[in-house]
Design a binder for this molecule. Structure first.
Ligand SMILES: Cc1cc2nc3c(=O)[nH]c(=O)nc-3n(C[C@H](O)[C@H](O)[C@H](O)COP(=O)(O)OP(=O)(O)OC[C@H]3O[C@@H](n4cnc5c(N)ncnc54)[C@H](O)[C@@H]3O)c2cc1C
Length: 278
């Protein structure tokens, strides 16, 4: 249908980004192609060392999934998106396709080995998430392509992660967010992935912060150094949620807390993470 209708058509998934845009008259498609009528597009499956999520899988289904809890970053993210109403309708595929700079999924998933499965008239293709998100509200999808599935590699033994956002109230996007994924060998950090949300046009991978942890014992000093490196790479815009300086300080504090939580989880502790509210 997208091929036949061309640019005048838009896909409708959970409608939690698209419908508000229609109501505000920021989007005016002539046709809506409703994905909700296609069966088998909402699924969570473990398959050959990966977790696979159908594009139409709702945030709430991931929040309540025992399989998704195996990767705590995913549970933290799903459970903290907006409120119950939004989580019951909004989908993981719609969230990635929207590429909202404040959206939670891209920031959480970028710290994992994530592949986006896409389908169009020319066939299927798989795109690494880091190549899928091109810019704010811009992805690698062609206008006649859709997301069918999101595939996440299950992290190695000794891994732990955390996703923390700071929000003014539940049904608003975060002021800043941080995702951390670590693999430990004893007390030493073997692998680290750190990403920052809402402080740039896309999620920002804090590679300097990752380097300050890799190969080191994790203690207050190394964690503080990573948080400082994350603060330095944040590139926030001032807005009603706070000044640029405020957001830099905030994101560094979130990184520090997320590392501490990720370390405890990597050591086997079962801890619920919750977002922080003003
Ligand atoms: C009050 C409120 C608060 C919110 N707070 C948050 C928040 O804190 N954090 C957060 O991350 N999000 C938040 N959201 C957004 C929510 O998570 C949306 O669910 C998400 O951004 C889009 O998913 P959707 O399924 O609703 O997509 P839709 O709104 O249906 O579609 C969004 C866009 O993606 C396209 N699209 C949808 N599915 C596909 C597909 N499979 N393939 C290709 N293109 C597709 C559509 O054409 C459209 O352009 C909030 C929304 C509301 C209304």
């Amino acid at each position: 249908m997208l091929g036949q209708l061309g640019d005048s058509a838009k896909l409708l998934a959970g409608g939690q980004s698209l419908i508000p845009l229609l109501k505000l008259r920021f989007a005016n498609p002539e046709h809506l192609v409703d994905l909700n009528f296609i069966s088998g597009t909402s699924l969570i499956k473990e398959d050959a060392g990966t977790l696979r999520f159908g594009a139409m899988t709702r945030h709430a289904e991931i929040e309540n999934s025992a399989l998704a809890k195996k990767i705590p970053v995913l549970h933290d993210c799903a459970a903290g998106i907006a409120d119950v109403q939004v989580r019951n309708r909004g989908t993981i595929g719609g969230s990635l396709a929207e590429a909202d700079p404040s959206g939670d999924w891209a920031n959480a998933l970028i710290t994992l080995d994530t592949t986006v499965h896409c389908l169009g008239p020319k066939g299927a293709r798989k795109i690494a998430l880091s190549d899928f998100i091109k810019d704010a509200y811009t992805t690698a999808l062609a206008h006649d392509e859709l997301v069918t599935e999101v595939e996440v590699k299950i992290p190695a033994k000794g891994s732990g992660g955390a996703y923390l956002a700071f929000k003014r109230t539940a049904p608003v996007y975060p002021t800043a967010s941080a995702a951390v994924q670590l693999t430990l060998e004893g007390d030493v950090c073997k692998e680290a992935a750190i990403s920052l949300g809402c402080v740039g046009l896309t999620a920002i991978r804090a590679t300097e912060a990752e380097a300050t942890l890799r190969g080191k014992s994790l203690n207050d000093k190394t964690i503080a150094a990573a948080a400082e490196a994350a603060r330095a790479v944040a590139d926030p815009q001032p807005d009603m949620r706070g000044s640029a300086d405020y957001k830099r300080v905030l994101v560094a504090a979130l990184v520090r807390k997320a590392i501490q939580l990720a370390v405890r989880r990597a050591r086997g502790e079962q801890i619920e993470g919750t977002h922080l509210y003003a």
